[in-house]
Design a protein around this ligand. Sequence first.
Ligand SMILES: Nc1nc2c(ncn2[C@@H]2O[C@H](COP(=O)(O)OP(=O)(O)OP(=O)(O)O)[C@@H](O)[C@H]2O)c(=O)[nH]1
Ligand SMILES: [Mg+2]
Length: 223
Amino acid sequence: MQHCFILCFLSSRFKISKVIVVGDLAVGKTCLINRFCKNVFDKNYKATIGVDFEMERFEVLGVPFSLQLWDTAGQERFKCIASTYYRGAQAVIIVFDLTDVASLEHTRQWLEDAMKENDPTSVLLFLVGTKKDLSSPAQYTLIEQDAIQLADQMKAEYWAVSALSGENVREFFFRVASLTFEANVLAELEKSGSRRIGEVVQINSNSNNLYATSKKKQPNCCQ
Ligand SMILES: Nc1nc2c(ncn2[C@@H]2O[C@H](COP(=O)(O)OP(=O)(O)OP(=O)(O)O)[C@@H](O)[C@H]2O)c(=O)[nH]1
Ligand SMILES: [Mg+2]
């Protein structure tokens, strides 16, 4: 009952979280988002000009919640436009290509640029290696070591995905959604000084079935 009350309270406050996706040109940012939001994959490269935008709806513990996904351009000439959209991000997804070590090295710079516009103490960070389908096991093992080390230094969570095969794509975005939601809830509760309530609503962010759980059983929480 208390749980339900809290969820009602929360649903009125946590509707949308801003997520920005950054990284070198052609590492696969747009394909990653399109695989998740539209379940499509395009093998032809079409550079993002400035920024694109997708909204994806979730339900976490029965509470409607949306991620605003800002797909930014990796090309140098569009960087200036894209960076004007960095501000106010609750999560930053820094993308590199698992078959291109230079793109991993550049992630530090992408992070630095994104953080100029955001509060480093509250932003959730994800380091994502794409095109897993293209890397051989030996190549993957090598780059993974560096990526994990870098993610550790950045205090980012590391993921390896493939937009072509879809490997790990849903799992990754569900993780982003659950951690972002949880961070919102805890920040709000901290503001109102309700630490005990925070313990009640803390969600299991390992859950892979945010949609499934909530869609099957939508609690009518105010009854
Ligand atoms: N094999 C394979 N190719 C991929 C994958 N993801 C992206 N690509 C290819 O990589 C190229 C670039 O992908 P995009 O998603 O457009 O790259 P981007 O990072 O959005 O590039 P910018 O918009 O210029 O910053 C395209 O030709 C894609 O088909 C993947 O997981 N596997
Ligand atoms: Mg793009």
